[in-house]
Unconditional design. Structure first.
Length: 213
């Protein structure tokens, strides 16, 4: 399994370390053609407008094609890019997840915080840094994690997004969930079928029970 991390700016190296810790082969993606050689992609935190400028039109079009075909996980700025609608201010996105998201909804860098949310039914430490907020969850989107009344991690098809930074906490479950999504997609591709499967939140609850948590 080969996982790419978009390495144009932001905290891509923390994702690389976490993925390698979990046994994945990691490619730091800096050119559009590298997307052809990976099984899944993480778009890290950073500044979403800067990502758009660095990608350029060719890179953006290539990335948009990728996220609609292969598993992709966006955190913070990456979540903004994956959304179908962006506010504060408006900007174009990849449209992979049917959500409306608001940039910098929790304030400035000084307002960053560590909070306890819920991943499925289990507690999870969440690091928020100039985080966006999911204002609306549309049809077909599964809510994976919450913090208070806010949805902070979601999935639609093969795309996942989180408004917090799972790579900055010690808990590996969010990245494991993404690697499971990639593994499932590889199996489906090889078999040419889409086998029935439980929701990701159900799988996370099941795995915690199996591990004695």
């Amino acid at each position: 399994m080969k996982i790419g991390v978009l390495a144009l700016q932001g905290d891509f190296d923390a994702h690389r370390r976490r993925l390698e810790e979990l046994g994945a082969e990691v490619v730091l993606v800096k050119k559009p053609e590298q997307l052809d050689a990976i099984d899944g992609l993480i778009i890290p935190g950073g500044e979403s407008g800067t990502f758009l400028k660095l990608l350029g039109e060719e890179g953006f079009d290539k990335l948009r094609q990728f996220v609609h075909l292969k598993p992709t996980f966006g955190t913070c700025a990456g979540a903004i890019l994956l959304a179908s609608e962006v506010e504060n201010p408006q900007q174009k996105g990849l449209g992979a997840i049917n959500i409306r998201i608001r940039r910098n909804a929790y304030g400035r860098q000084i307002d960053s915080s560590i909070r306890e949310g819920r991943l499925g039914s289990s507690p999870l430490e969440m690091v928020f840094i100039r985080a966006p907020k999911i204002e609306h969850v549309g049809e077909g989107v599964e809510i994976l994690a919450t913090e208070g009344t806010d949805s902070v991690a979601v999935r639609q098809g093969r795309a996942m997004a989180a408004t917090f930074h799972p790579e900055l906490s010690d808990d590996t479950r969010v990245h494991k969930a993404f690697l499971d999504l990639v593994a499932d997609a590889l199996v489906e591709h090889r078999r040419g079928v889409f086998p029935g499967r439980p929701s990701l939140s159900e799988e996370l609850t099941r795995d915690r029970c199996r591990d004695g948590g």
